[in-house]
Design a protein around this ligand. Sequence first.
Ligand SMILES: *Cc1c(COP(=O)(O)O)cnc(C)c1O
Length: 456
Amino acid sequence: MQSERPGGDQVDQKIAGRAIKEWITEFPILKKIMAKQEMLWLNPEYGKSVSDRVTARDVADAEDRLRRFAPYIEKAFPETGALHGLIESPLYETPKLKKFLEQATGVAVPGRLMMKADNELPISGSIKARGGIYEVLKTAEQLAVSHNLLKFSDDYSVLADDAFKKFFSQYSIAVGSTGNLGLSIGIIGAKLGFRTTVHMSRDAQQWKKDLLREKGAEVCEYDADYSVAVAEGRRLAAQDARCHFIDDENSKDLFVGYATAGNRLKEQFNEQSIPVDADHPLFVYLPCGVGGGPGGATFGLKQAFGENVHPFFVEPMHAPCFLLGLLTGLHDQISVQDFGLDNQTVADGLAVPKPSAFVGKAAGHLIAGCLTVNDERLFQFLKGLVDTENMSVEPSAVAGLIGPKMLLGTEEGLDFLSARQLQDKLPAAAHLFWATGGGMVPEKIRAAYYEKAARI
Ligand SMILES: *Cc1c(COP(=O)(O)O)cnc(C)c1O
């Protein structure tokens, strides 16, 4: 990915041995992406190939593990008491927001608009409370079981005892993060007694660093982007046999932790008597950084709802790394900078230059398409959500709200619908935007987001 000559401009750059011009000839949509336009890309592999990198069994195993840990979680985090130690978020129908969205985007949305409120997930207030916490729990279980301190049949609330904290304090956990993954891992890691280090990129918000230090995690700051923070964390962790590195760019455990969301969401649709079937399709819009959260959730959704769910990934216009990786088939071998994009976005949870190596291969064929959204719109949506439903999230978490406009108001979206004979079913459809985080944003920062949105 070196420039042909020092200081050479974009056209001279080679990506995987080919000039940008050649890539554009093969994939003309790159012009739109590089021109930073909001766009929808339909995935030609959707529903075609299969991958056995992750199986239904892996997800069932994760569901069982989370059930084993529920008594511990309930004891260590009393706020999870209502669900007896399951870390889960509400599902809402948001009709007032739907009206706002129709006005703001000029596109009518037949059917329902739903919100999966992961900003309300207990413990760390973001989707990372699924995958991130899961991988730490799995690590703790493996250590305790292999040292004959714990059996699968035990009541795991014993893990809250000081003896276990002392045991885990001989081990450490490390992770690279733009913020929310670090928060999840820092909080659960410290609670269990692990020494926890979070390597944070330049985009990470100060309050997230402060909060982590307050919780007892060590924070290493980098004046570099996310990929660099991850690589450095990975390198340092490899030197310590007692350190487990949670590798956001390549972790199957994170992925299956996220995937447990699928069956739980299906239960919530059932409880609310909202059908999802051949006559009631479900469109899901997931904000995407490296792809682990949305990829895992997509895997779970496809298991739960099969052909009746259509997952779309949403990325900032300046950081569409997952889209570029899937489109070119190069996955983690590209970065947004290769295509002249700067990875600068207010959606700090999505400010990622390179996608996961694992997710595109394990779940690429399950993703209906990828779309991009501009930062100004994120502020507009954030304010709209406060004004209509009185719910406050972080900018990354509203990215999915661009989904209905792109599906229902673009040529590509209409092509997608007509190719699957979905147009007649739209009045019975549900559009779900996954509100991925914001539960821990301090009041002052919330107010600042809102003020900024009001000015735009
Ligand atoms: C991490 C994150 C995402 C995306 O998850 P990835 O696994 O990085 O794709 C989306 N929204 C928020 C708020 C996040 O913190």
